[in-house]
Design a protein around this ligand. Structure first.
Ligand SMILES: [Zn+2]
Length: 139
């Protein structure tokens, strides 16, 4: 990796321990050391990429494909899993703590205490939505 120590690169290289649940030539998935719920899995590209922008787009597709299959494996595994959240934090302000792209696959069940805090906001006008959509399209 380009600058300094990366714990996920250490895990990919086999120099740090992790409980792997899936591996192929581009992707590694292992259990989160601080699970929100049992079976909480992190899916990472084997090639270091700090952010979504740094990650190869095809690898990104592989990452999502692995997460989709792991979601089914979690449901079939006997781990308590009545639903799944996929979560990816891109950038410190978004809650990213390890700067190597990782997609969380989080088993969910009624009353598990996990949730997103969603602030209540007013409904946008069509005019505002169209102005925002134009900015994004133009970019
Ligand atoms: Zn890394």
């Amino acid at each position: 990796m380009p600058n300094g120590f990366c714990i996920f690169c250490e895990i990919v290289a086999g120099r740090a321990s992790a409980s792997a649940v899936y591996e192929d030539d581009e992707i590694l998935a292992f259990l989160d050391l601080f699970p929100i719920n049992q079976g909480h899995t992190l899916v990472v590209p084997k090639t270091h990429a700090a952010s979504l922008a740094d990650m190869d787009s095809e690898v990104g597709g592989r990452l999502f494909g692995a997460a989709r299959r792991l979601a089914q494996s979690l449901r079939d595994s006997g781990v308590r899993c009545e639903g799944i959240n996929l979560f990816l934090a891109d950038g410190e302000v978004a809650g990213q703590e390890v700067f190597h792209v990782h997609l969380h696959v989080i088993p969910r069940y009624e009353g598990d205490g996990f949730g997103l805090r969603i602030p209540s906001k007013d409904q946008s006008s069509r005019e505002d939505l169209e102005a925002t959509a134009k900015k994004i399209r133009d970019a």
